[in-house]
Design a protein around this ligand. Structure first.
Ligand code: F1P
Length: 346
């Protein structure tokens, strides 16, 4: 996160500089529609971006799996902006989605990690995430870096558009700069997370639930568990639970809630009650100092308080650690999970 922001955030002058995008902030501020295309973890970063762009910049955003978008006949018009997100910059589905959108007259912005890879070369402009090489196959720090860059883009565009109140702008900048130290704090909960992992290493299924900005976090937590520990996991918006997944809940089912103190807090508390009433095992990511949820959940992991738009940057980390420890305890190779390729180029 610090690398992503280095030289790009200047809270004193209030400038948010995104090198390769400097000329496009004005254009993005005028667009009526942004379509985000990506796969896997990058798609989850795109979902977080949808929430941030719509909230701060009031621009209509759609998030599409590139692997689906490329095979249908999507409505893309001149003037639309397409943001393609990819860690490797080589994902074939994302590249194909870019070519399709370009052929229909869209302007393509890339958010990629690997400098000089195919996707940045196919775009009109973009910002690199500078997360460094991902050692393992499953994306982890790439997600954090993508969300950081996308949040910075949304903030810059919202400011240009005039939809961001000056106080909120200042607060977001202030908080963005403190994200690296908040992540350091979360990394200190590693031992506790390892103990929780030991309790659930033999579980066969997991459910992850979150609302608002924490819904994509739930999806990403579930994906990480699937990818590296081969445990079946589903992520849902917490409010969707009553529309089906609630049928799965019994004493055997671990349910991971991202239950931070944000605008959805009260609703998530009642979702936790619903799970406990059915004897599900609750692991909750909570805001430091929360007194209520620890009395209801079986296990809690604290993260520091922050502006809710930035919570995904930090809340994802304990979920990655949980998946990591469960996978190690199950004897899985966390760097080279079976059947997965670092970049899916076909
Ligand atoms: C997308 C992705 C990764 C996933 C795995 C397969 O890659 O789905 O999120 O962890 O490595 O590919 P990318 O387009 O972000 O490189």
């Amino acid at each position: 996160v610090a690398d992503c922001m280095r030289g790009r955030v200047n809270a004193d002058s209030g400038l948010l500089v995104l090198g390769g995008l400097r000329d496009y902030v004005d254009k993005l501020a005028k667009t009526k529609r942004i379509v985000i295309v990506a796969c896997g973890t990058s798609w989850h970063a795109g979902l977080v971006a949808e929430y941030i762009f719509e909230e701060l910049a009031r621009i209509n955003v759609e998030v599409e799996y590139a692997s689906e978008f490329r095979y249908r006949n999507p409505i893309i018009k001149e003037g639309d902006f397409v943001i393609a997100i990819s860690q490797s910059g080589e994902t074939a589905d994302t590249l194909a989605a870019i070519e399709l959108a370009k052929s229909k007259g869209a302007t393509i912005i890339g958010v990629c990690n690997v400098v000089g890879s195919s996707i940045p070369r196919a775009t009109h402009a973009g910002a690199y995430t500078h997360a460094g090489p991902e050692i393992g196959v499953a994306s982890t720090k790439a997600f954090t870096a993508q969300v950081t860059v996308l949040a910075m883009m949304a903030i810059a565009v919202a400011r240009k558009k005039g939809t961001l109140h000056e106080d909120t702008f200042r607060r977001l900048l202030f908080e963005l700069e403190r994200i690296p130290s908040k992540i350091e704090t979360v990394l200190k909960t590693d031992e506790k997370i390892k103990e929780i992992a030991a309790q659930f290493k033999d579980s066969r299924n997991f459910i992850y639930l979150g609302r608002g900005y924490n819904f994509p976090v739930a999806l990403e937590g579930a994906l990480k568990l699937k990818e590296i520990s081969y445990i079946h996991a589903e992520g849902y918006p917490a409010a969707e639970m009553k529309h089906g997944p609630i049928a799965l809940i019994d004493e055997e089912m671990p349910v991971v809630f991202i239950a931070t103190k944000d605008s959805s807090y009260e609703k998530v508390v009642s979702n936790i009650q619903e799970v406990k009433a059915r004897k599900g095992k609750v692991i909750a990511i909570v805001t430091e100092g929360d007194k209520l949820i620890p009395t209801m959940a079986d296990y809690t992991i604290e993260i520091p308080a922050m502006h809710e738009a930035l919570i995904p940057l930090v809340a994802t980390i304990p979920l990655q650690l949980l998946s990591y420890h469960i996978a190690v305890l199950r004897g899985c190779n966390v760097d080279q999970p079976r059947n997965l390729a670092k970049s899916v180029t076909v």
